[in-house]
Ligand binder design. Sequence first.
Ligand SMILES: CC(C)(COP(=O)(O)OP(=O)(O)OC[C@H]1O[C@@H](n2cnc3c(N)ncnc32)[C@H](O)[C@@H]1OP(=O)(O)O)[C@@H](O)C(=O)NCCC(=O)NCCS
Length: 375
Amino acid sequence: MSLVAKGLEGIVANESRLSEVDGANGKLCYLGYSIDDLVEHTTFEEVVHLLHRGHLPNQTELTTITEELRSHRFLPAEVTSFLTSLAKDLAPMTVLRTAVSLLGALDLRGGDQDAKLNAERAVALCAQIPLIIACYHRHRQGLPFPEIRKDLSEAGSFLYLISGEEPTPEAVKTLDVAYIIHADHGMNASTFSARVTIATLSDMYSAITSAIGTLKGPLHGGANEGVIDMLLEIGEESEVDEWVEDKLTKKAKIMGIGHRVYKVLDPRAPHLQKMAIKLTEELGEPKWIRMSERIATIMRERKNLNANVDFYSATVYYSLGIPTDLFTPIFAISRAAGWTAQVLEQLEDNRLYRPLTEYIGPKPPQPILPIGQRP
Ligand SMILES: CC(C)(COP(=O)(O)OP(=O)(O)OC[C@H]1O[C@@H](n2cnc3c(N)ncnc32)[C@H](O)[C@@H]1OP(=O)(O)O)[C@@H](O)C(=O)NCCC(=O)NCCS
């Protein structure tokens, strides 16, 4: 009998106090706090503190973490000149991956396992990842990078940097909620990558670089970009049923649908769904949300599969006027809070990840033929 758990499904690889993903009941908590309550009562900065420092901040601690994040709101000159030297048609996730790796090359302090230095690097990466994305985005548009502002929240600063304009409070609140609900999610693929990398006693930057490369794929963070491509390809509400049926016949995946762990509705989806409905109505473009709802209904009825976090986040970001290829980078901005917290946690009680493979190749011993006789 095969012992393989393909895709490591159902395997518990570590303990973590950071986030609890209850797949059977569709619940997500960070350190015991439901995301439903966190979006209602906290900001992303408070959630960064919760994940990095183990508790929700009091007012003094919130001021401290906010100031720390803002004190890292700058990019080394080497990084900005790298970003502005790049071709303008690259995938922002590719750019982000390489720029984070470059940040690692510029950090000459050593101490890869130094807890204090790593805690500082964790905060710095959360602050610098949005700057990298915004700097490249402005470069590819042929626009100057706006002057960095320290008076804006994390969400507000990012919206301001990509557009060069003061964001509305509603847009800031919407992105802040999106940041909170994407911040951590158990042993998802990119977090697993980060933990596998740091568990070799590599370094924080290598771990986050691995995580970014993993998030990029369409089966993980890249799905939100796929959702908008899908909606644009379908085009009209009247085409939805036929389009989905065609994909199902071809056994193609519908982006934003299904989840490895959630067997009921992804608890993050309703928050994004609510925001997507409001935003598309305000924009006078309810067509997108109506098409999404129809796709979700068909998939529930036909395959018993539900919408996941990416399904509605795509419409939310699209309605905020954010370019499609920045959707996954936005996921990276918020998940950086979780990745870095998980790296710090892994180092507290480290053990190398080293699963096994079931060998299915030719039985040994295979004779080695002289090179002239090999087929
Ligand atoms: C998330 C995902 C990778 C989980 O995959 P998984 O646990 O490995 O599940 P599988 O891919 O083995 O799928 C199991 C079954 O559901 C079907 N299925 C799963 N997701 C599907 C989707 N989005 N569209 C159509 N069918 C889907 C599979 O075809 C398979 O059907 P079968 O048993 O008849 O062959 C998968 O649901 C998916 O690819 N979703 C689309 C990408 C996405 O939205 N990713 C973001 C996740 S947050």
